[in-house]
Design a protein around this ligand. Structure first.
Ligand code: OAD
Length: 232
């Protein structure tokens, strides 16, 4: 399963591209806060963007979609089956809802990494140029532990290994416009895996899915989980 910003939208975190033009990338040029080139050029702006998002995340709460996926993971585990939850989201709402295994392919907002010693640590405060790396003592060397455009997403080997073993691939709340996640559905089709999209509206690659259901994630995801659990 791959999740996107739509899963957390009803928790108040906003999405990147909404058809009504209210997404984060309608207000910010993604090349400014979200590229490895932008950070050395304007670290203050990059930190300000992620600091605002981190503060927002800390006060947000998981919604019914996150809790439904915990229910699914728990029920599958009882019968020795497995849910592989891959998310493009950098929030921790799946974990706070109770999901045990989450792969954050675009990193995690509540972690910082050191560009000098590469240590990764939990980080809940604002990040700035005066912060010191707790591991190496360097000043101004910490960056949010997120994947920027042009950087390699995380855990790709594990994600493709899980996809090869899957019998169902589901994309939830993602616009299908950012690769490599947008390409998972075509990989799944090549592997003969059934595919389903759950989104507010048809995504950019909606026509590649075998099954599609549309509605707010807080309603559509619990309804789909009920359906899966009733049929097994
Ligand atoms: P997008 O903002 O591109 O897409 C969000 C999708 O969620 C859209 O298709 C919306 O229709 C849908 N949506 C909105 N509200 C919803 C709701 N309540 N219930 C269900 N669906 C809803 O977000 P992603 O596809 O996650 O990367 O974006 C992928 C990546 O692009 C992000 O991880 C980020 C971004 O640029 C980086 O920053 C590197």
């Amino acid at each position: 399963m791959v999740a996107g910003a739509g899963v957390s939208a009803e928790s108040g975190l906003g999405t990147f591209r909404d058809k009504n033009g209210s997404g984060i990338w309608a207000r910010f040029d993604p090349m400014k806060p979200a590229t490895p080139e932008a950070f050395p050029r304007d670290p203050v702006e990059v930190h300000a963007f992620y600091n605002a998002r981190r503060r927002n995340l800390i006060t947000a709460a998981p919604n019914a979609a996150h809790f439904a996926l915990v229910r699914l993971e728990t029920a599958l585990a009882k019968r020795r089956d497995e849910l592989t939850l891959v998310t493009q989201n950098i929030d921790d709402l799946h974990e706070r809802a109770g999901s045990r295994q989450v792969m954050h392919m675009h990193g995690e907002l509540l972690k910082a990494s050191c560009v000098a010693c590469e240590t990764i640590q939990p980080w809940r405060e604002d990040l700035g140029l005066r912060d010191r790396c707790p591991a190496c003592g360097g000043i101004g060397v910490l960056r949010p532990r997120v994947v920027w455009f042009g950087e390699m997403p995380l855990a790709m080997d594990e994600i493709y290994a899980a996809l090869r073993k899957a019998d169902l691939f589901v994309a939830i709340g993602t616009s299908g416009s950012v690769y490599p996640a947008a390409g998972f559905v075509s990989e799944a089709r090549v592997l003969g895996i059934r595919t389903r999209e759950i989104n507010l509206e048809p995504s950019d690659n909606a026509n590649q899915f075998d099954h599609r259901c549309y509605g707010p994630a807080s309603e559509a995801v619990p309804a789909w989980v009920d359906e899966v659990l009733a049929s097994t």
